[in-house]
Write a protein that binds this ligand. Structure first.
Ligand SMILES: *Cc1c(COP(=O)(O)O)cnc(C)c1O
Length: 411
């Protein structure tokens, strides 16, 4: 065994999180560096979903709304997510998609700043975040303006015309982490409310919503929370803002849904941020992922995540330094989320060639190779092996095949 291999094997043997890997279904030989896009399946998920289908739905039928506590699942799972994200019970619900929750958070925040007209974000934010802002601008008939600026110019643009700032804490392409407490403080000093998109934060690093004085937050269930494809997302509304009027005033956010009253009357607390019937089967899988994450020491997770990232960057320099990759993630671990990204002119083809060798990363247009680092199921040896495969692919130009050039509909 080479000295390098011994080194990573020893690190895996001493890894305090090593036992978590077995809780996931991962086929032998697969190196999965895409848990930031779709987290791996907890082994328990199949049983949780089967229980929800066979017993709760199959046997219990409609009695399961109460008997199996379906009707309160969004709040119950929300409370569990709250404990991972430094929020209080009653400040988060699990429901709908991230995009829909962005709409809810934006409209609630806007209702708290009726005399201001600008919704601010950075131009390179995840597209759906900006698209949702633009949809609201259109719907407002021009009263509201969706404004996006250069990432470095966000804080300078804060002013008394800005109602709300929508930012993603960990950038989906570069992995750059924003300082939640500092940005929130700067925004509040100008009277601006902040919505944090935690899609690449929840389950990826320690988050402390309350101590950062956060106003609103949203995020995905299917990335680092391992909630399954299309899992319900979550929305956080700080207790002090929960009287805000939700625009998606559906009956599950009503004070008394089964009274079938003729007029909308919002429920108290976070429940008013629900809209329609909870997605029970999706919530069953999500709860497995969240329960698993609840057992994790987030400081330990962060330490390993950064160590995996440091190892990745180090090995890339050593083994793939001459092949034209440029690191776009921060080298400084304090500024880096749980991923590393590189640009390369042949990024798309290289990602396809890696896939063929069972190393799954992803491509983000126009030229980024993105590797998600999920400390619960990745080993140091996996990182070393992935980079050996990448080196092989570059040395032999194995990526240079016509079939790798055709872009798939989903990347
Ligand atoms: C993944 C992601 C989303 C996804 O939104 P959906 O409504 O779940 O499709 C939104 N925002 C950010 C920042 C993301 O990374």
């Amino acid at each position: 065994m080479s000295a390098q291999l011994t080194d990573v094997t020893a690190r895996d043997a001493g890894d305090p999180l090593r036992e978590f890997r077995d809780l996931f279904q991962l086929r032998d030989g697969l190196i999965y560096l895409d848990g930031n896009s779709l987290g791996a399946a907890p082994r328990a998920a199949a049983d949780c979903v089967a229980e929800a289908v066979t017993n709760q739905w199959g046997e219990g039928l409609i009695t399961s709304w109460l008997g199996a506590e379906w009707s309160t699942a969004p709040q119950r799972i929300g409370d569990k997510i709250a404990s991972i994200l430094g929020a209080k019970p009653g400040e988060i619900v699990a429901a709908d998609s991230t995009s829909v929750n962005i709409f809810k958070a934006l409209t609630a925040a806007l209702s708290l700043r009726p005399d201001r007209s600008v919704i601010l974000s950075e131009a390179t934010n995840f597209p759906t975040d900006v698209y949702m802002m633009q949809g609201i601008e259109t719907f407002s008939g021009g009263r509201l303006k969706a404004v996006t600026v250069d990432p470095d110019a966000v804080l300078d643009r804060l002013g008394d015309d800005v109602a709300v700032l929508l930012l993603t804490q960990v950038h989906y392409k570069s992995g750059l982490v924003r300082d939640m407490a500092k940005v929130t403080r700067r925004a509040h000093a100008k009277g601006v409310l902040v919505i944090w998109d935690l899609s690449h934060s929840a389950g990826a690093l320690p988050v402390d919503l309350n101590s950062s004085n956060a106003d609103f937050a949203i995020g995905c269930g299917y990335k680092f929370l391992n909630g399954g494809p299309g899992a319900p997302a979550f929305i956080f509304v700080a207790e002090r803002h929960q009287a805000a009027a939700p625009v998606l005033s559906g009956w599950f956010g009503h004070a008394s849904p089964f009274a079938f009253e003729e007029d909308y009357r919002p429920a108290g607390g976070i429940t008013r941020f629900l809209c329609g019937t909870p997605q029970v089967l999706g919530l069953a899988a999500l709860e497995c992922g969240v329960d698993l994450m609840s057992r994790v020491d987030m400081a330990e997770l962060r330490r390993k995540s950064l160590a995996l990232g440091d190892l990745f960057i180090e090995r890339m320099e050593l083994r793939c330094g001459t092949f034209g990759f440029e690191l776009v993630s921060p080298r400084d671990p304090a500024l880096r989320g749980s991923q590393v990204s590189y640009t390369h002119p042949n990024a798309y083809e290289i990602v396809q060639a890696l896939k063929e060798r069972d190393v799954i990363g992803d491509f983000r247009a126009p030229d980024i190779l993105r590797f998600g680092l999920t400390p619960l199921y990745l080993r140091y040896a996996d990182i070393a092996e992935a980079i050996e495969q990448l080196r092989e692919i570059c040395l032999t130009r194995a990526w240079d095949k016509p079939e790798y050039r055709t872009r798939a509909a989903v990347t």
